[in-house]
Design a binder for this molecule. Structure first.
Ligand code: ADP
Ligand code: MG
Length: 558
């Protein structure tokens, strides 16, 4: 039978897997178990919402079987299964082409680590297996199919026999080589440890036949007994007591759930039982996903109703300005059957969303206060989003966000919050000064900053396009207005020098007139300036828009 070829992208990924020197090969098991669990979620959800289907809780499980003699490791699930077409589409191509785009981008930097960061799902099985045999029967179908592949040279799909609905994956475990050990993936105790490590909170039992020595009945003699055991504790992490969970547990959940391929910077475990009852685990990622600042990025939290996943990305749970937050929410107050449209109007969900918004704000404020380094890391990845949040919706959310902003300050070029800026202002300083430019180096060359710095005032350096727009929305912070160093009136006390410059202006009128004529159409007027020190000239803006803002608006596509 003719072999079908993998899609080009899949083939490359496969080759990466097969030749992987990645040390944490063990994650393949997490990937396969997670797929099995997703498949059971799907059928369980169907059963709960469809009266025609009757299933018992005991029907849902994942079984792992190691066979040393034949060098096979088998993962069986009672999930929704795959049709012939689904076998073709799901296993022959990469579901998330986005991840591959990201991989390509990063490949050059570090070809090997990527696999570890990614966990690329099903294909990771090829890190430890020479051949995969997937037999599956889909719900509602009476035919089963078998997908076989020994790697990059393609796969076949043929009709097969299988009793129940679900999927069975037989892995032919590689032989040990001089440098690499594979035998361990056939050792029940090793497998059990891997399951405990990554998949403990999977909601369905992960069963394994374990051999142990037990005394024979009525005698001291030991005998070998094989017992089927459930390896995982099954209690979802969000239902467990915070005090019993470690940082590692939360990180493991983050990876298992594929919330991101980085490590979370911070997590928050919420168990709310006030006006609205829910559990949530919220994460702040360490890095912005590769598509974060693009239209492709979709925000949202996983939504569970009483432990059953009802939506993978519920966008209504997060305001746009916190779109970077990952995680899940489980509430008993939500109906399983609820549709997307109804959900939008659900009162409970609105309450949860509001509650979560405040939790996130609190989490960020706490970080800013107590974990400055972490906060700055967060801010480098997602600060822009907060600034967009201030600017968007006519500044409606600035109250929630302005305390969270940081800007580079002229003082030691460190990040400073508005509150910190104000608290160290000299008494005679009236305004919060800022200067805009492409980079700090460029700003530091601006003639306009000298006078302000000379007064001993601090200047916020705006290097992000959005900065000045956001600040215009805030208008003033703790009763202090913002002032651009290039605005007409700097609010710095007039003094003898100023009088001198007035005199200078009058004395040199013919010169200024001549200059103005030369620059006609380019500048509005030429004046003597009282704010220059070591520079001969500077540009200043008079209207609402600064020169920088005009530049940005002009550069924007219409
Ligand atoms: P992901 O899980 O991120 O979608 P995978 O590479 O792990 O990517 O799996 C690809 C797809 O193959 C899944 O989305 C699913 O549709 C299908 N799949 C994999 N394993 C199973 C399984 N045990 N039962 C049913 N479908 C499966
Ligand atoms: Mg998967």
């Amino acid at each position: 039978m003719a072999k079908k070829q993998f899609q080009a992208e899949s083939k490359r990924l496969l080759e990466m897997m097969i030749n992987s020197i990645y040390t944490q090969k063990e994650i393949f098991l997490r990937e396969l178990i997670s797929n099995a669990s997703d498949a059971i979620d799907k059928i369980y959800y169907k059963a709960l919402t469809d009266d025609q289907l009757v299933f018992n809780k005991e029907d849902y499980f994942i079984k792992i079987t190691a066979d040393k003699t034949n060098r096979t490791l088998t993962i069986t699930d009672t999930g929704i299964g795959m049709t012939e077409e689904e076998l073709e589409n799901n296993l022959g191509v990469i579901a998330k082409s986005g991840s591959l785009a990201f991989k390509k981008e990063n490949e050059a930097k570090d070809g090997h680590n990527i696999i570890g960061q990614f966990g690329v799902g099903f294909y990771s099985a090829f890190m430890v297996a020479d051949e995969l045999i997937v037999t599956s029967k889909a719900l509602g179908s009476d035919k089963a199919y078998r997908w076989i592949s020994a790697g990059a040279d393609g796969y076949t799909i043929t009709p097969a026999e299988k009793d129940g609905v679900g999927t069975e994956i037989v892995m032919k475990i590689k032989e040990n080589t001089e440098d690499e050990q594979y035998d361990e993936y056939l050792e029940p105790y090793r497998l059990r440890a891997i399951i405990k490590k990554y998949s403990d909170f999977i909601r369905y039992p992960i069963k394994m036949d374990m051999t142990s020595q037990k005394p024979k009945e009525g005698s001291e003699e030991l005998e070998e007994v094989v017992e089927e055991q459930t390896i995982n504790s099954m209690v979802p992490i969000w239902r467990r007591n915070k005090n019993e969970l470690t940082e590692e547990d939360y990180t493991a959940f983050y990876s298992e759930k594929r919330y991101g391929f980085d490590k979370p910077l911070k997590h928050l475990h919420v168990s709310a039982d006030g006006a609205v009852v829910y559990n949530a685990i919220l994460y702040i990622p360490e890095n912005a996903p590769f598509d974060y600042y693009t239209k492709e990025y979709a925000k949202g939290l996983e939504l569970y109703s009483n432990g059953v996943l009802i939506m993978e990305k519920c966008a209504d749970l997060l305001p746009d300005y916190y779109s970077f937050v990952k995680g899940m929410v489980d509430s008993e107050d939500l109906s399983l059957n609820i549709s997307r449209e109804l959900l939008q109007h659900d009162r409970q969900l609105k309450l949860i969303a509001k509650n979560i918004k405040n939790k996130i704000k609190g989490m960020l404020q706490g970080m800013l206060k107590d974990e400055r380094d972490n906060y700055e890391k967060f801010y480098k990845a997602f600060g822009r989003q907060l600034k967009f949040g201030v600017y968007n919706d006519y500044g409606m959310n600035k109250g929630d966000l302005q305390d969270l902003l940081l800007f580079t300050s002229s003082k030691e070029k460190k990040l400073v919050s508005l509150d910190e800026y104000i608290s160290r202002m000299p008494e005679d300083q009236k305004y919060i000064y800022y200067a805009s430019g492409e980079s700090i180096e460029r700003i530091e060359k601006l003639p306009q900053i000298e006078l302000v710095l000379d007064k001993g005032y601090e200047i916020l350096y705006f290097t992000d396009d959005i900065d000045e727009f956001a600040i215009k929305m805030i208008m003033n912070y703790k009763e202090k207005e913002f002032k651009s160093v290039s605005s007409g009136d700097l609010g710095i006390e007039a003094n003898e020098e100023e009088k001198a410059s007035e005199a200078e202006e009058n004395d040199n009128k013919p010169l200024f007139d001549a200059m103005q004529e030369l620059l006609a159409g380019k500048v509005k007027s030429v004046k003597a300036s009282k704010r220059l020190k070591s520079h001969p000239v500077c540009l200043s803006a008079e209207g609402e828009l600064s020169i920088e803002m005009e530049r940005i608006l002009k550069a924007m596509p219409d």
